[in-house]
Design a binder for this molecule. Structure first.
Ligand code: DGT
Ligand code: MG
Ligand code: MG
Ligand code: MG
Ligand code: MG
Length: 273
């Protein structure tokens, strides 16, 4: 029944479209993962299971939203960069933000047992999310660089901190020892006290994870597709849809700050040209 007495309430909904020509970025972050990581006995400072589960969940988001051209994750966060011209959900910020974070959260819980076979999930984890709009390629690249620098700074600190604690120092003394130290001091502590060459630690810890698609998503219509493709569904899909769904996602633990990554994968920036 159209035009019911109650339909006027719809007018209270506020439209929140992302500004045209900007890169919409959705960042999700684990809620109180300080507690969650402790309770679920994450290895310190880095737990491969936790980091890989984050990436698995991010892949699930990318399999749902084909307009996401690149994602970057570290610690308990992931950023999803939509192509500038995305028409997904008419660019509505609240829709983009909420669908990304809910898909991420449910994938995190869904895949938990595959990554933590010996650790029960003790309560349902939550993630927050926000949308940020970047008006230039430089701003968007600087955003990803900012997150990767954050990864490096935290990882260097945490690696030092936990090396000191594991060697017998109390957390309080370790914190005091690191107060006011520069990156070079921390590198020196790691090398002289523990024989650790920071630059030889896994790139997963030092650089985080970048997810890209093999090729530009030229067929993307802005529509969303469900993640699993069952055999039955497979038979029903036409070829172009199959191509779209099958575009492989590659995980790289690489530098995104310099030009090399962007020169090597030009389609990430050129989706709209
Ligand atoms: P929030 O985001 O304001 O709700 O609060 P938190 O506690 O999630 O704070 P945040 O996001 O700044 O920091 C991430 C926390 O997650 C931090 O306490 C360390 C923890 N975490 C993330 N990845 C790992 C890991 O691989 N191993 C361990 N042990 N902890 C991790
Ligand atoms: Mg958090
Ligand atoms: Mg926080
Ligand atoms: Mg965080
Ligand atoms: Mg509906």
């Amino acid at each position: 029944m159209a035009n019911s007495h109650y339909e006027y309430v719809k007018k209270f909904e506020i439209s929140d479209p992302c500004l045209l020509n900007c890169w919409p970025v959705v960042r999700i972050d684990g809620k109180n993962f300080h507690k969650f990581s402790k309770l679920h006995k994450f290895k310190k400072p880095n737990d491969d299971r936790a980091l890989n589960l984050m990436t698995k969940s991010a892949e699930s988001v990318m399999n749902m939203c084909h307009d996401i051209v690149v994602s970057y994750g570290q610690s308990d966060e992931y950023s999803f960069v939509f192509k500038k011209s995305t028409a997904t959900y008419n660019r509505r910020a609240s829709k983009l933000s909420s669908v990304v974070v809910s898909q991420f959260s449910s994938a995190y819980v869904f895949h938990w047992k595959d990554f933590f076979p010996d650790q029960e999930l003790l309560y349902p984890p939550a993630f927050d999310s926000r949308v940020i709009l970047y008006p230039s390629d430089k701003n968007m690249r600087d955003y990803l660089s900012w997150r990767q620098v954050d990864c490096h700074i935290n990882n260097l600190y945490n690696t030092c901190f936990w090396s000191l604690v594991h060697s017998g120092m109390t957390p309080f003394t370790a914190q005091d020892e690191l107060k006011g130290t520069l990156a070079s001091d921390k590198n020196e502590i790691l090398f002289s006290k523990f024989g650790i060459n920071y630059n030889n630690l896994p790139q997963l810890y030092r650089k985080g994870t970048v997810l890209i698609r093999e090729k530009a998503d030229v067929n993307s219509s802005g529509n969303d597709d469900e993640e699993p493709i069952s055999e039955a569904m497979d038979a029903d899909l036409n070829d172009s849809k199959k191509r779209k769904l099958r575009k492989p996602i590659t995980a790289l633990n690489t530098d995104v700050i310099g030009d090399e990554f962007w020169k090597k994968h030009p389609h990430v920036l050129n989706t709209d040209r």
